[in-house]
Design a protein around this ligand. Structure first.
Ligand code: PLP
Length: 375
């Protein structure tokens, strides 16, 4: 491994959401960013841009568009054109724009549950009905739910379970949705374990691409979410125009440093990414073993992608596992109820941290009355 992911970087007093929400003695393992420094080419690209002292409104350079086109071909065998790409300040505004473009109030959106909170909230924002797709069941068994929906918002790789949809699942989804639109949040697509390969649903077939808005970003994989840059790929010209028109004065252009960082990430950081994924996979394996051996009553399925683990704490009989762990272990996870009302016995653990932090978190958990007896 060339890069160092073991050094503990003090993130307090840097404006970090993750590190400022809880008191100093609490280990934060909630919001989805990692505690690693960005890859050196990203830091260099930003530093170089700062040497030019004018920071006016900006657009993506042709070089970034060409890089993304080449990446889609090389990584996924997906042929797109430079003009198919729409740059956005984030994936979250992207899926809200897509919903606005595709659906009218009163229509029905299918979402997976449990699900990342801003996706869970989206049907309510846009006055839509919601139909749930179960992440733990094959898509082929959920045709009747899909039949009720006017569009699907897919999150793949999936937050919070780390599930990576296989080709047969994606084909079943494409088939079951007929000609209905698909919004596909693929923000975690380069964080896959055990040699898995990501498949953008739009890459299955040009007819699927034609009705799909794909959302991606360098933010998660290269750990630059604070730079606020992402993009949509919309191959159908009319749909792309409609999507762009849904900015409605609320979705602005992209931060200039975010664009520079994205280009450096995609062009120059493949080796850093591979090292990061290898390190995260070891974190995942450590955690899965530690949960099985030291946290009896907690169930965890090893995530196939993402740096998120979804822990089922139902057997512990706690009123509120998230608050319990903050209070007794001084470790802060995301509360399961954020991902759907039914999941209040779950927590989401972010293992995008140094091994030392992860080991410390497990030690703290294991010594609480929930596991050490005497509760
Ligand atoms: C599935 C998913 N989509 C979107 C986002 C947010 O992306 P952005 O910060 O680019 O809006 C996250 C962040 O955690 C996420 O996990």
């Amino acid at each position: 491994m060339t890069y160092d992911f073991d050094t503990q970087i003090d993130r307090r007093n840097t404006g970090s959401n993750k590190w400022s929400k809880y008191p100093a003695d609490v280990l934060p393992m909630w919001v989805a960013d990692m505690d690693f420094s960005a890859a050196p080419p990203i830091v260099a690209a930003i530093t170089e841009r700062l040497q030019h002292p004018v920071f006016g409104y900006c657009s993506a350079k042709p070089e970034l568009r060409e890089q993304i086109v080449a990446d889609m071909q090389a990584k996924y065998g997906w042929t797109i054109s430079a003009e198919d790409i729409v740059f956005l300040p984030g994936v979250e505004p992207g899926f809200n724009m897509a919903i606005k473009a595709l659906l009218k109030p009163g229509q029905t959106l299918a979402i997976q549950t449990p699900i990342y909170r801003p996706i869970l909230m989206a049907p309510r924002h846009w006055e839509l009905s919601q139909v749930d797709l179960r992440v733990d069941l094959p898509v082929a068994e959920q045709r009747s739910s899909l039949a009720l929906a006017d569009a699907v918002l897919l999150c793949n790789p999936h937050n919070p379970t780390g599930k990576v949809y296989r080709r047969d699942d994606l084909l079943a989804l494409a088939e079951a949705t007929g000609d209905k639109p698909i919004i596909s949040d693929e923000i975690h697509c380069e964080l896959l374990y055990d040699g898995r390969r990501h498949i953008p649903i739009a890459s299955l077939d040009p007819s699927v691409a034609q009705r799909t808005i794909t959302l991606m970003s360098a933010a998660k994989t290269y750990n630059i979410p604070g730079l606020k840059a992402g993009f949509a790929i919309v191959t159908d010209t009319a749909l792309r125009e409609h999507f762009n028109a849904s900015r409605l004065g609320m979705v602005d252009s992209v931060n200039i440093l975010g664009l520079e960082a994205s280009l450096a990430a995609f062009r120059d950081c493949a080796d850093w990414r591979d090292d990061a994924v290898a390190y995260l996979q070891e974190n995942r394996d450590y955690l899965a073993k530690a949960v099985a051996e030291r946290l009896p009553g907690v169930r965890m399925e090893a995530p196939e992608g993402t740096y998120l683990a979804w822990l089922d704490c139902s057997a512990l009989g706690l009123a509120d596992p998230q608050s319990y762990f903050v209070e007794h272990a001084r470790v802060a996870f995301s509360a399961g109820s954020d991902f759907g009302a039914r999941y209040n016995q779950f927590v989401r653990l972010n293992f995008g941290c140094t091994r030392q932090t992860l080991v410390e978190a497990v030690d703290r958990l294991a010594s609480t009355p929930a596991f050490a007896g005497g509760r």
